[in-house]
Design a protein around this ligand. Structure first.
Ligand SMILES: [Fe+2]
Length: 196
């Protein structure tokens, strides 16, 4: 039953990718996608994402609704430790790999992840080898990127994070739901906290 929800979310992601030029210009939709399946590990943030997904646009609402329907069926990941980000962050944040080298769908061409952060969370400076394009599905946050002006992004907005360039994100009075693409070498790597 959940497979149908995943297929619906993948189609909604494909429609969103096609509708936003920054996403479709960053990388073409992968032609090698196939279902892999991952064991679900529902956690408190799944319910939070469903109850407080943040404000969507007309364009992003179908993807928001499809992703929220997946929440209890996902293999959620946290990556960071309590020492790095704090307990409250870990309790109200989570991400999953919709498609990629270790995703619910498998592809070696691209990594597509979805991240959720509750309101009032600070995601400290971090970096990674693959280039990254963030897009906002719903809610919003302040995006910081070393060497650039900070930007407040809302539904439908995007921001590019170059390879190994430190970036950070802060949610204020609203949560954020993001659809994120990685391209380049090291698609299965974890981000690293930037040296302070
Ligand atoms: Fe990143």
């Amino acid at each position: 039953m959940s497979r149908a929800l995943f297929d619906a979310a993948l189609q909604a992601a494909r429609d969103f990718h096609a509708a936003i030029p920054a996403l479709s210009n960053f990388a073409p939709w992968p032609g090698d996608l196939h279902w892999a399946g991952r064991s679900p590990n529902p956690v408190p943030r799944a319910a939070l994402m469903q109850s407080e997904p943040g404000e969507a646009s007309d364009l992003s609402r179908p993807l928001q609704q499809a992703l929220c329907a997946l929440a209890p069926h996902l293999e959620w990941r946290l990556t960071y430790t309590e020492d790095e980000v704090g307990r409250d962050f870990l309790d109200r944040y989570g991400w999953f790999e919709l498609a990629g080298p270790t995703g619910h769908y498998r592809t070696d061409k691209l990594r597509m992840t979805v991240g959720y952060w509750g309101a009032g969370l600070y995601y400290p400076w971090h970096q990674h080898g693959p280039e990254e394009l963030y897009s906002v599905v719903s809610g919003g946050a302040l995006f910081e990127l070393e060497g650039e002006e900070p930007l407040t992004l809302g539904a439908g907005d995007t921001r590019l994070h170059p390879s190994e360039r430190p970036h950070a994100m802060t949610t204020t009075d609203q949560p954020i739901l993001t659809f994120v693409l990685w391209r380049g070498e090291g698609l299965a790597d974890d981000p690293q906290m930037s040296p302070s």
